[in-house]
Write a protein that binds this ligand. Sequence first.
Ligand SMILES: CC(C)(COP(=O)(O)OP(=O)(O)OC[C@H]1O[C@@H](n2cnc3c(N)ncnc32)[C@H](O)[C@@H]1OP(=O)(O)O)[C@@H](O)C(=O)NCCC(=O)NCCS
Length: 151
Amino acid sequence: MNISEEKVISSELYLHFSEQKDFKFWTKESINNFLVSKNNSLWVQRNHNEITGIALWSFNPDQIELIYIFTHKNHRRQHIALDLFLNSLSEITKLSVSPQPLKVFLEVSELNHKAIKFYEKIGFKVSRIRKNYYSDRSNAYEMHLDLSKLF
Ligand SMILES: CC(C)(COP(=O)(O)OP(=O)(O)OC[C@H]1O[C@@H](n2cnc3c(N)ncnc32)[C@H](O)[C@@H]1OP(=O)(O)O)[C@@H](O)C(=O)NCCC(=O)NCCS
């Protein structure tokens, strides 16, 4: 397996993920607009030539935010997301200037049980609940990971 950073998302790459029913929120244009900022990045994981996962990150001096991570349905529960998370985070922190942010931050719907299990497995803890955050009035969890516990 290998990961690479992509400066734009191609139509082919976008279709590969967006045709799956649990791919949420992002249009191809919104991803490419997001990637205009030099603080934001898209990482793609491939197994030989097959695309298995993507991760979107935002890097700021005070914190790193995981914006979205997605494993293709055919490749779930094979540690694809875990591998992609750790490798892309390691690349991002290597490229950055010091001092390093100490925390990784994310937001996830309280209804997204798979993702919450995944984040808890890595070591994320819920630090705040945002009530009625989503359009269906469900709550969002803000989760934090202390980087010193990871690397
Ligand atoms: C959440 C998601 C990224 C996990 O991807 P994955 O590649 O299947 O996850 P991994 O195989 O790396 O899982 C690592 C660990 O996380 C936990 N985990 C992952 N998926 C889980 C699930 N469905 N149920 C319970 N635990 C789960 C397990 O502890 C797993 O380790 P194990 O298989 O050895 O028990 C994937 O389900 C997905 O793409 N979901 C749709 C998109 C999404 O909701 N993204 C998050 C947006 S905030």
